[in-house]
Ligand binder design. Structure first.
Ligand SMILES: Cc1cc2nc3c(=O)[nH]c(=O)nc-3n(C[C@H](O)[C@H](O)[C@H](O)COP(=O)(O)O)c2cc1C
Length: 489
């Protein structure tokens, strides 16, 4: 009998990644070798380079293979490596993956994190991989994009066969199995997707894909919550963000007050017996509350005032334990009582203070220990503290950083351990409640403050060393003594 023919793996041409300058950006070189990246009315200096490097940098318009330079090659190689990394850190590059001898790209990679760098390593054919439960394909304009809130980059899918490979990976598969399929996209793409956690390696023994994908903190996230968290904050995405008026001139703004319903109207003023009575202290407080964005640097907030502010608003008042609802045999769950309400008494919110100017307290980054009523210093790099404070000043349109910037961070798992589907929305509501508590206490103490609607979750992760899905910012509040000028307005 003839021996069966040995099955051979399909030969797939290797793919290569090249760096491309963002199409909206142009590089301008001066006679002295200084290069700047220019877009709209902005220009970003990238440093001084040799004539050879300036010349080679032009290839970034038509694709510069990443394999063509490195930081341990020739002098020009090193310069190009430096220039490309500087452009990458500023989000001015995209990357394209193509089979070496084909013109057509398989994917275009758009970085979402400033530190993203495409890494292609050789995968092991015996490894089993699966599609992340956080990954999704969607139409953007007339392109198909593959995204995940965990990923450092977004992938524009240029070859529809890649989508069918991804669909096959909803069930864990060995890489050797994938290689034998028509339309196998190549090992390079698999490693890029593994690096971005759009694919993940599965232990052959594991029968619980949700648990296999990450730590317990990740297991507790619902898909829609993690996506919303990463896409509605700064730091892990490159979409335009903030008050940019994207529909001005396209759609009319909605009126400030809703047009009334056509039904019978009951005029409440006619029933208001309290109209003539003096305001209660609380009504007075509500009336006086306003946002303060300019602070008195001659007479800064003191440590004693800060201590009182935190004691009155955020300190733990008492501790207690309880069983889960409807389960007397379940675990004892720890709870606290505090001065503001919290969904399910979760009290998942933590306070981190970036201190620029506070009499009696050194400039720095601190965690407020709400149980012990103490500040604990956290060592951070000075430029990160500066970035956090100056971003807050920018968000307030203020000329200087706030004396104290309170970042309200959530321990997400404290809420999602109990609440399915609504966890993140509860956390954001809790943050709103705490912000109003801060506003009222600042007013009551003769201090001033302002809520800030954006926070950089990547910067916070770098400053604390805590992964973004474990604990992260959901709100910010600037605190200090309002400037005299503001009080007289
Ligand atoms: C959730 C939230 C986010 C806010 N974000 C910002 C912000 O990023 N920058 C800012 O200057 N003010 C911010 N504010 C303050 C509002 O602009 C302010 O409350 C509003 O203009 C009403 O003014 P008042 O607080 O003085 O009454 C925010 C307020 C809230 C409640």
């Amino acid at each position: 009998m003839r021996a069966p023919e040995k099955k051979r793996g399909r030969k797939i041409a290797a793919s290569a990644v090249s760096a491309w300058l963002n199409p909206l950006v142009r590089l301008e070189a001066q006679a002295d070798g200084t290069i700047a990246a220019c877009f709209d009315d902005y220009s970003v200096g990238l440093g001084k380079f040799s004539a050879g490097a300036v010349d080679r940098a032009q290839a970034l318009r038509t694709g510069l293979p990443l394999s063509s330079f490195s930081d341990h090659g020739s002098a020009t190689d090193k310069e190009i490596d430096l220039l490309v990394h500087r452009l990458a850190r500023r989000g001015l590059l995209e990357y394209r993956l193509a089979h070496s001898h084909h013109e057509k790209y398989q994917v275009v990679i758009e970085p979402q994190l400033p530190d993203y760098w495409p890494r292609t390593t050789k995968p092991n054919d015996t490894e089993t991989i699966a599609l992340s439960r956080f990954a999704y394909l969607r139409r953007r304009g007339n392109e198909m994009v593959l995204e995940s809130p965990r990923a450092g980059a977004l992938f524009r899918i240029c070859d529809p066969r890649i989508a069918s490979t991804l669909a096959a990976l909803s069930t864990p598969r060995k890489i050797s199995w994938l290689r034998r399929q028509d339309g196998f996209p190549g090992a390079e793409l698999l490693t890029l997707l593994l690096d971005c956690e759009i694919l993940f390696k599965v232990d052959a023994a594991s029968d619980d894909l949700r648990a296999a994908e990450g730590d317990d903190n990740l297991v507790m996230w619902d898909f829609h919550d993690l996506l919303f968290h990463a896409r509605s904050t700064e730091g892990r995405q490159s979409n335009p963000l903030g008050g940019l008026y994207p529909f001005a001139g396209v759609i009319s703004p909605l009126p400030a007050v809703r047009p009334h319903w056509p039904g019978k109207k009951i005029d409440l003023d006619a029933f208001s017996t309290a109209a003539a009575a003096p305001n209660s202290p609380f009504t007075q407080l509500l009336q006086e509350r306003h946002s303060t964005r300019d602070f008195d640097d001659a007479q800064p907030i003191t440590l004693a005032e800060l201590s009182q502010f935190l004691n009155r608003t955020a300190r733990v008042q008492s501790n207690w334990t309880s069983k889960p609802d409807f389960d007397d045999h379940g675990p004892d769950i720890e709870y606290t009582t505090r001065r503001y309400p919290s969904g399910g008494s979760s009290y998942e919110l933590e306070l981190y203070l970036a201190v620029a100017q506070c009499e009696g307290l050194a400039r720095g980054f601190y965690h407020y220990d709400a149980g012990g009523h103490a500040l604990v210093a956290i060592e951070t790099r000075p430029h990160e503290l500066e970035a956090m404070l100056s971003t807050a000043a920018f968000a307030m349109g203020a000329s200087a950083a706030p004396p104290i910037l309170i970042t309200i961070a959530a321990r997400f798992g404290r809420v999602s351990w109990k609440y399915a589907s609504i966890a993140h929305s509860l956390i954001l509501k809790d943050a709103g409640v705490l912000i109003q508590t801060f506003y009222l206490m600042a007013t009551d103490m003769g201090l001033g403050g302002c809520a800030i609607g954006t926070s950089n979750i990547d910067l916070f992760a770098k400053m604390t060393g805590i992964e973004f899905h474990v604990e992260g910012p959901v709100g910010q509040f600037a605190l200090g003594r309002g400037s005299k000028l503001e009080g007289s307005e």
